[in-house]
Design a protein around this ligand. Structure first.
Ligand code: GLU
Length: 367
């Protein structure tokens, strides 16, 4: 029945924790039942689950009366909460005779191509052996500047890396609304096409979810980007019973937002670069002419003559962001030389590309 053979399901803190932060085991159990049923039908599922920090916070409420700084409390809460979270999942999947395994990761684990492929290998081995990966950011070691914006960003990276056909983002609202979700006149946008680059600022509410770090703003941007790479992205309400099965079956009788995938083929190395936002080592600004040709549909490499500034320290093969004359980081690529050499080459005529087209990713959601 299933049109997907591999999917990623991201479960937000608000879905599986109650208002006081304790784990909502009934909800977790309902989602695990759905995943187990898909697994038995041969669909490979990767779970990205938040909820560690919220659950740890509720557990330690009586202990942590003195105020801790935000980093210390996140490290402490996630250490305790992650143990609780994975334990619950482990027990719930065991009732179905299915093994799950914990993958805790950080941005650094994707920063080089070798690290990235190593993470991918780990999860491929799990899936090959019928084990369901349950991924979360390792909040105990990831400090602020090396943190993923939220698990939405991490789930986009993983869906892309693992070549899933769909990414299902479960939150506590029905999808993307065309206005303020609490306004009775607002409706869920059911279908968003990959080519449709709508300006979302008019209808996406700023602000974050009450428990997790993400908000609809990041969800929307990540969804567009992942759909642009050819993966269907669905934003749905994880509090609804049977929602995952309904999505996989294509049942549209309940509301949820589908970002339809583009038919654009993205190479494996470009997928890595596409999700490098947080671990790029430097920034290169280009002139207007270079910007225009890079965003055209032609296969163009970045040449020294097109660059006007180089920021940061990097080595050959590091990832750098490419910035438009207006200051928008609209692309990223693997650089062919060090930052010192790139600085020496600013504006030079001729010479080899600084970033070859094969290693250049244009983020169309930024244009
Ligand atoms: N990793 C965090 C947790 O498990 C959640 C991050 C997010 O809100 O996306 O609590």
């Amino acid at each position: 029945m299933a049109k997907y053979h591999r999917i990623a399901v991201k479960i937000g803190s608000n879905v599986i924790t109650r208002a006081d932060g304790t784990l909502d085991v009934t909800r977790m159990s309902a989602i695990v039942d759905e995943v187990a049923s898909l697994h038995k039908q041969g669909v490979e599922v990767i779970i990205i689950s938040s909820g560690a920090v919220a659950s740890g916070r509720s557990e330690l409420k009586h202990l942590v009366e003195h105020s801790l700084d935000p980093l210390s409390s996140r490290q402490l809460f996630s250490a305790v909460g992650q143990a609780k979270l994975i334990n619950r999942y482990y027990e719930l999947f065991r009732d179905h005779g299915i093994a799950c395994g914990q993958v805790l990761t950080t941005k650094e684990n994707f920063a080089t191509r070798a690290h990235y492929l190593n993470q991918k290998h780990c999860m491929e081995v799990m899936l090959d052996n019928g084990v369901i990966p349950i991924v979360n950011e390792n909040d105990t070691v990831s400090v602020t500047e090396l943190m993923f914006t939220d698990n939405d960003e991490l789930s986009g990276l993983l869906a892309s890396m693992m070549g899933t056909q769909a990414l299902i983002i479960l939150s506590n609202i029905d999808g993307v609304y065309d206005g303020n979700p609490s306004d009775p006149g607002s409706k869920v946008m059911l279908d968003i096409l990959a080519e449709e680059h709508i300006d979302s600022s008019s209808f996406i509410q700023k602000g974050k979810s009450s428990l997790g770090r993400g908000g609809m703003g990041t969800k929307y941007r990540i969804s567009q980007k992942v759909a642009d790479e050819g993966i269907a992205v669905i934003i749905a309400n994880g509090k609804r019973d049977h929602i995952v099965e309904q999505i996989v079956a294509g049942d549209r009788s309940v509301p949820y937002t589908v970002f339809h995938p583009s038919s654009r083929a993205t190479s494996s190395v470009k997928k890595w670069i596409a999700h490098s936002e947080g671990f790029a080592k430097g920034r290169i600004t280009v002139n207007r002419q270079a910007f225009e040709v890079l965003i055209s549909d032609k296969a163009i490499s970045l040449l020294p003559v097109g660059i006007t500034a180089v920021e940061g320290e990097f080595e050959k093969d590091d990832i750098v962001q490419i910035v438009s004359p207006d200051g928008v980081a609209f692309a990223a690529g693997r650089i062919a030389c060090s930052s010192d050499r790139a600085r020496a080459l600013i504006g030079a005529q001729g010479g080899r590309p600084l970033i070859h087209y094969d290693y250049l990713y244009i983020d169309r959601t930024r244009l």
